[in-house]
Ligand binder design. Structure first.
Ligand code: SF4
Length: 756
């Protein structure tokens, strides 16, 4: 029986800390999936909905972007996929009665968990200037109001249009078209905060901002390095792929400051073995120091060259700048490298041996690499290592950044980027007969700066929870409160709806699980997974309320209000039949020719990928580029720690499904900080003590109050705590060079005893 939304906001009452788990998934994952699904959807809807997720004729999981196998299993989802689906297909509703009962001041004190548990937004709501409550508003009135405010801006660049990775390809294409037709490239997106560093490094070195690996490559690899990634929580079906690779003889190495259960042992609940002893995954675990990865890959490359284990034929034929790189390796100082990694030299040598002995090597990574000041050079160092032995453009080998949000890669492919290449904009001009702006726009961090400085006064969000996903919470919240207009296209209530400027609107949209009927009939949308596979998604549940509109309908009706129904672009036609949008995509988006036919093929199609398909590298040299990267090391003042912000197991980005973090032994709470036992002794703190976390940046201090210390197996000098609670500690200007991604994995902090 579905449960009602929680009345009281639980916070951390009853916080319990127990033992860490030695394996991931298993029966507990099945029980948790069914329990949470039943709480939100009830039994019948649970069975109906979970049976369709990630199936060829079903809908795409709104969780992460892990690809689907060619042969779908009967149950093609993981525990966190079930949670994501249950939260979207919940029977709980948030309508005018809820907003009449709860003022903004009241909602201000609520956690993201409580807000999210209230249910699906059921109708459009408006907060007028000076108002204390949201009020219902008709759709047409909402679009007219937004259009009026946007058209009254001094410049289109005074507005920013954010995208979260749940937005479908059709909606993303239409959104960028509307925004560029409006006259700006201010298109920040969630990728700016996650894999922007990967895109920057890969585009420069191999000519494409994506990985080159497919699922079949994972199954065929000899050696898989999983670096700065916790797949057990953030990409759980990856464990199934790693289990298969393991069975095929692969070795798996985990490189992480935290010893995560998901890489120790996997109890695959869809196999008999999984219900008993499971499969050991990692053959070795290197407990690296935060921000020590660049040094590690530099060291592995030096040892590979010294061992004479390079693929000279590949280097000669397909790469450039090799000599400069080898000269740079000669200058590497081992003491600096070992200290930066926090590892022992023999651990590094052992891994180098494994690397040189393997023919087909894949390196997978996630935020643990991309959210550091030196993230881009670190990922370029990974490419250097892979190029040394020709581990790109062959079966079982290559770079594999694993995306966190279901369609974050698709959105970028469709044009959601503040700095799209001229070729794309030229195609857009030709296709739609207007001149798209050429001046690069604002990414997420620059948007916050512009809002803070009063240069951006209107903010439009296609999904997401911007205020909780971004760094420097006090600065970001103040910037959002200074807005003239804030608009959020959302499925669920979150803090970004509460932290508002003068005027705010909430526009509730359909979810992936729901049926989308337009003039030409039922519509399907498309998404792109982390490995460049594009496929259809088809929701069948009746919409959660009659007042919901699809993302495409919202954008096209707003465009009609903005530009007039007689605009040269037939917005109504685009809304009426998504095949029309896809025909435009096929003529504007590189690699998407004949898009409609290809996506309607069973399982969809793979986007072209030069390095993978033919070892062609669209770089400045026309080759795969070795790069010389100065080694960045993070100096820690005495008495300080390096903090990384992380997710719990009951969390997806800023969506909090529950207050447990089962694998790490945490129950009923989130304000915890994981610290190494020796560091606690050295710094004079004890396990279980409640402290404040204080970050220090250029003489400024930022404070996060009241965290319970949990003595934990982290690397020496490294701590971890959940976001968004600790985003307040991440300075806005502490970003990765080149990609401008917040450095949320290397925040210099100190612990402070609390009085009493
Ligand atoms: S692995 Fe990712 S995409 Fe797959 S079911 Fe789980 S959350 Fe969804």
């Amino acid at each position: 029986m579905a449960k009602d939304a929680p009345g009281k906001d639980p916070h951390d009452e009853g916080l319990k800390v127990g033992d860490r788990k030695k394996y991931a998934a298993g029966l507990p994952a099945v029980v948790k999936s069914l329990q949470l699904s039943n709480d939100q959807m009830g039994a019948r809807r649970t069975v109906l909905t979970l049976a369709r997720v990630n199936q060829k004729e079903g809908f795409d999981c709104p969780g992460c972007a892990w690809p689907d196998p060619h042969e779908r299993g009967r149950f093609e989802f993981c525990e966190n996929g079930a949670k994501a689906v249950a939260e979207e297909a919940t029977l709980r509703r948030v309508g005018r009665e809820f907003f009449a009962e709860h003022s903004l001041a009241d909602l201000e004190d609520k956690t993201n968990y409580w807000l999210g548990q209230q249910g699906r937004l059921a109708e459009p709501m408006f907060k007028a200037k000076g108002a204390t409550h949201y009020q219902p508003i008709e759709w047409d009135a909402a679009f007219d109001l937004i259009a009026d405010r946007l058209n009254a801006l001094p410049s289109p660049d005074a507005a920013a249009f954010y995208t979260s990775g749940r937005t479908s390809n059709e909606a993303a294409f239409l959104y960028q078209l509307m925004v560029r037709r409006f006259g700006t490239n201010n298109l920040p997106d969630c990728s700016n905060m996650c894999h922007e560093s990967s895109g920057a490094a890969l585009s420069h070195t191999i000519g494409i901002g994506k990985g080159t690996v497919t699922l079949d490559d994972i199954y065929a690899a000899d050696l898989i390095l999983v670096v700065g990634q916790n797949p057990g929580t953030n990409h759980p079906r990856m464990l199934t792929a790693l289990e298969k690779a393991k069975k095929n003889g692969a070795q798996i190495i985990s490189v992480n400051p935290l010893d995560e259960a998901g890489l120790r042992n996997f109890h695959n609940p869809q196999t008999p073995l999984g219900l008993t002893k499971g499969t050991d995954l990692a053959d070795d675990f290197l407990q690296i120091r935060l921000s020590g990865d660049q040094a590690l890959f530099l060291a592995l490359a030096k040892l590979t060259v010294e061992a004479g284990a390079v693929d000279e034929e590949f280097i000669k034929q397909h790469t450039s700048e090799y000599e400069e790189y080898v000269a740079h390796l000669d200058a590497v100082d081992w003491d600096t490298v070992v200290e930066a990694t926090g590892l022992r030299m023999e651990e590094i040598r052992k891994l180098a041996k494994r690397y040189c002995a393997a023919d087909r090597v894949i390196v997978c990574w996630a935020m643990g690499l991309t959210q550091h000041k030196g993230a881009v050079p670190t990922i370029q160092e990974i490419v250097n290592l892979l190029l040394l032995r020709g581990n790109i453009g062959k079966t079982g080998a290559g770079p594999c950044p694993v995306r966190g949000h279901s369609n974050v890669q698709g959105d970028r492919t469709m044009g959601i980027w503040e700095r799209m290449p001229a070729a794309f904009l030229d195609n857009l001009d030709e296709e739609f007969g207007f001149e798209a702006p050429r001046t690069h726009g604002l990414d997420a961090v620059d948007t916050i700066r512009a809002m803070r400085d009063g240069k951006v006064s209107a903010f439009f969000a296609m999904g997401g929870n911007f205020v909780s996903a971004t760094p420097d919470s006090n600065v970001t919240e103040a910037a959002m409160r200074g807005l003239g207009l804030g608009v959020h296209v959302s499925t669920k209530l979150n803090r970004s709806h509460v932290v508002s400027g003068d005027e705010a609107l909430i526009l509730p949209c359909l979810g992936r699980t729901e049926r989308d009927d337009q003039a030409s009939g039922e519509q399907r949308v498309t998404v792109e997974d982390s490995m460049g596979m594009v496929h259809l998604s088809h929701g069948r549940l009746a919409p959660g309320s009659e007042q919901l509109l699809s993302e495409v309908a919202i954008i096209s009706r707003l465009a009609e209000a903005l530009f007039g129904t007689d605009d040269a672009i037939d917005w109504a036609g685009l809304r009426g039949d998504y095949d029309v949008i896809r025909d435009h995509i096929s003529r504007v988006v590189p690699g998407c020719d004949d898009y409609n036919a290809k996506v309607h093929a069973p399982g969809g199609f793979a986007l072209p990928n030069g390095p993978r398909d033919s070892r062609t590298f669209d770089t400045a040299t026309g080759k795969a580029r070795f790069t010389v990267n100065d080694l960045e090391t993070l100096e820690l003042p005495p008495g300080h720690l390096i903090l990384q912000t992380i997710r719990s197991h009951d969390q997806f980005n800023t969506t909090i499904y529950g207050l447990d973090d089962r694998y790490r032994g945490i129950k009923h709470g989130r304000r915890v900080v994981f610290v190494n036992a020796e560091d606690l002794t050295h710094l004079g703190f004890v396990d279980g003590e409640t402290v404040d976390l204080v970050s220090v940046w250029k003489g400024e201090e930022r404070r996060a109050e009241s965290f319970r210390i949990v003595s934990y197996a982290t690397a020496r000098g490294c701590a971890a705590a959940y976001f968004p609670e600790t985003n307040v500690l991440v300075p806005l200007d502490s970003v990765a060079r080149i990609s401008n991604t917040p450095a949320s994995k290397s925040v210099v902090i100190r612990l402070e005893h609390r009085a009493g």
